[in-house]
Design a protein around this ligand. Structure first.
Ligand code: F6P
Ligand code: MN
Length: 309
């Protein structure tokens, strides 16, 4: 007899996730099942706008932001949405239980090369500013050859993959429960200009090849590179550089939710002083140096940089 595989909704229920949170995650997952289906309509031409960081907005960036924000508001479960693509937070239902952060399209430079990109979402009960440790759940979607969703509601990190049933209806089925980073890391990906890294960090990165024998894997999409670390172990970093002392990635939209998922999977995160879950920024758009991976590699990095934190 075929083994019974849990749907996302069943998994949330048997894991004892609070009912309102379950509804929000399932509603998001449900609309996200269809998102990829619409992508081809939004590939040609640029939106012509610049976002709040002065970066060109792709048409798909603009569409996917509207798609997810509208659907999240419609759930009636969201008080406010902080989106990387919105200048101001979007107000939902005033008495709704959740505050949501979203990076609607992570890895825009991979759209026209048809490489993987993703969506990152964080869910809080109290309004920002908050440290990532206050997240009640985080999830990411990876639109690759497979359409996957990973969530954590503080109950481990779990991966689901989109399937079609016999009637052509799509759903997320459990692929890997309680994912843990392998004990020994296999791959690393580091962003930024190596000539701009500090000499200590450069030496650390060289040792990842020479001493740790890791293989380099860097896609230009944080979600995709993170997925490699989650499954194969190793380290992903977008470090502080001389010209960008705050690195590139955003604490609220990118680093905090992914650190939540990572630490639930037994990995460690660091911003150069503390876990990325303990960092708190008053500015929702603040960047952060970012280091994520196996515990032993993060410890090695701290020693290499002469830090304790
Ligand atoms: O969201 C920012 C982002 O696109 C991440 O997905 C990715 O890790 C990083 O920027 C890539 O930056 P770069 O093009 O500098 O390597
Ligand atoms: Mn991003």
């Amino acid at each position: 007899m075929a083994e019974e595989v849990l749907t996302l909704s069943q998994h949330l229920k048997v894991s004892g996730v609070a009912q309102d949170l379950r509804r929000l995650i399932v509603s998001f997952a449900y609309v996200s099942l269809d998102a990829q289906h619409h992508f081809p309509k939004y590939l040609r031409g640029a939106a012509g706008d610049k976002n709040k960081y002065g970066e060109a907005v792709a048409r798909l960036d603009e569409w996917i932001n509207g798609y997810y924000c509208d659907e999240l508001v419609k759930t009636g479960l969201v008080r406010k949405i902080y989106s990387e693509e919105l200048r101001q937070p979007l107000l939902g239902s005033p008495h709704a239980p959740f505050i949501v952060t979203i990076d609607p399209l992570d890895g825009s430079s991979n759209i026209n090369t048809n490489n993987s990109f993703g969506t990152i979402m964080g869910i809080y009960r109290d309004d920002l500013p908050q440290a990532g440790r206050k997240l009640v759940a985080a999830l990411y979607k990876l639109y690759g050859p497979l359409n996957t969703l990973v969530y954590s509601a503080g109950n481990g990190s779990h991966e689901f993959v989109k399937h079609y049933d016999g009637s052509g209806n799509a759903q997320f089925l459990l692929l890997a429960e309680n994912v843990k980073l392998p004990v020994k890391g296999e791959v690393f990906g580091v962003g930024g200009d190596p000539l701009d890294w500090s000499p200590k960090f450069l030496k650390f990165a060289k040792d990842l090849f020479r001493v740790e024998k890791l293989k380099v894997r860097y896609s230009g999409t944080f979600v995709a590179d993170f997925s490699q670390i989650l499954h194969r172990g190793g380290i992903f970093a977008y470090p502080q550089t001389r010209s960008a002392p705050r690195g590139k990635l955003r604490l609220t939209y990118e680093a905090a939710p992914m650190a939540f998922i990572l630490e639930q999977a037994g990995g460690k995160s660091w911003d150069g002083s503390r876990s990325l879950l303990d960092a708190k920024a008053l500015d929702v758009d603040a960047r952060t140096p970012l280091y994520m991976g196996n515990d032993y590699l993060i410890e090695k990095l701290k020693k290499a940089l002469g830090k304790r934190g």
